[in-house]
Design a protein around this ligand. Structure first.
Ligand code: ASP
Length: 318
């Protein structure tokens, strides 16, 4: 049995409330699962449902894989054919799941901080369900952030002093929000680049905005983001968007790739738009961690779910 502190949480909705020690413990636990370490023995059944109100390939399947590896029973939920389309609220939908016996719900929703209604309960509210946030609008993406931290830690063994550039549509990216906050607290130096109109002064407290070509040869991590077209309603820059021009100005092409330091890694949460933020033929290049991130995601999500099982004393764990 390895000596790893086990984290307990009632919900997992944001990285902002996590203590650095908890982050480190979750990374260790995920690395342990990745090495083939035994999963906790559940002595009671645990039912989980994955409610994805926004599109997903990776996160949805990754959570389901993690749930099954932990021995949870996955109850299907299809938002496209649910009573949400008849006007039922997310809170009432959660009440149903809970009343039917579901213990945990993993939710992706377009509304920022949708989870507040589900976890900050007043007297007389019946809901008693663990919530894991799989992405809220342009707010937070804690599981992507945690798997990113695991991947950086796996490569460098530490965070202190690492130079990390976050490049792209930062304003609309929940991955950027979670990552900038946690990376700073872990001691990394954060830099930003990409179109200035998708950067906002509020990020200055986490790092410095620079032209991409000033950063390329100095960074340890180049974290690339997809342009979040689905969040650009009413944004005049959306109309002007030109993929080729974006790639030339803000994308990693072969020229920029060759300027990276030998040990630098490229990260991307996916989905990647080939030849926009990254040249299509660099997706599986040596420096690109895209596949590694997806692999690590399953193990990190196992660690995160386990923390909530413990926090809620589910499956006989405590
Ligand atoms: N998959 C990530 C998310 O859901 C990144 C993206 O969609 O660009 O936020």
């Amino acid at each position: 049995m390895e000596n790893i502190n086990l984290v307990s949480l009632p919900h997992f909705v944001s990285v902002e409330n996590l203590h650095v020690d908890e982050v480190e413990a979750l990374i260790k636990r995920a690395e342990y699962f990745k090495r083939g370490g035994a999963t906790p023995r559940l002595t009671k059944p645990v039912y989980v449902t994955n409610m994805f109100f926004e599109d997903s390939s990776r996160t949805h399947t990754s959570f389901e894989m993690a749930e099954r590896k932990l021995g949870l029973t996955v109850i299907p939920f299809d938002p496209a054919h649910s009573s949400v389309n008849k006007g039922e609220t997310l809170y009432d939908t959660s009440l149903i799941m809970n009343a039917l016996g579901v213990n945990l719900e993993v939710i992706r929703h377009s509304q920022n901080e949708y989870y507040n209604d589900l976890i900050n309960l007043k007297e007389h509210q019946h809901l008693n369900i663990g919530v894991i946030n799989a992405g809220d609008g342009s707010g937070q993406h804690p599981s992507q952030c945690m798997l990113d931290m695991m991947t950086i830690h796996e490569h460098f063994g530490h965070f202190k002093g690492l130079k990390v550039a976050i490049v792209g549509d930062i304003t609309n990216s929940r991955v950027a929000k979670s990552d900038m906050e946690l990376l700073t607290r872990l001691g990394a130096e954060v830099y930003f680049s990409g179109p200035s109109y998708w950067y906002s002064k509020e990020f200055d407290k986490y790092g410095k905005y620079e032209e991409l070509d000033k950063l390329v040869s100095n960074m340890d991590v180049m974290m690339l983001l997809r342009v979040q077209h689905e969040r650009h309603a009413g944004d005049p820059n959306e109309k002007k968007f030109d993929a080729k021009a974006y790639h030339e100005k803000y994308g990693i092409n072969h020229k920029r790739y060759n300027e990276l330091k030998p040990d630098t890694i490229i990260m991307h949460p996916g989905p990647i738009n080939h030849d926009v933020e990254l040249s299509g033929d660099l997706v599986e290049s040596d420096k690109c961690m895209f596949v590694r991130q997806m692999q690590n995601g399953v193990f990190m999500r196992m660690a995160m779910i386990e923390a909530v099982l413990r926090g809620r004393k589910l499956g006989g764990l405590d």
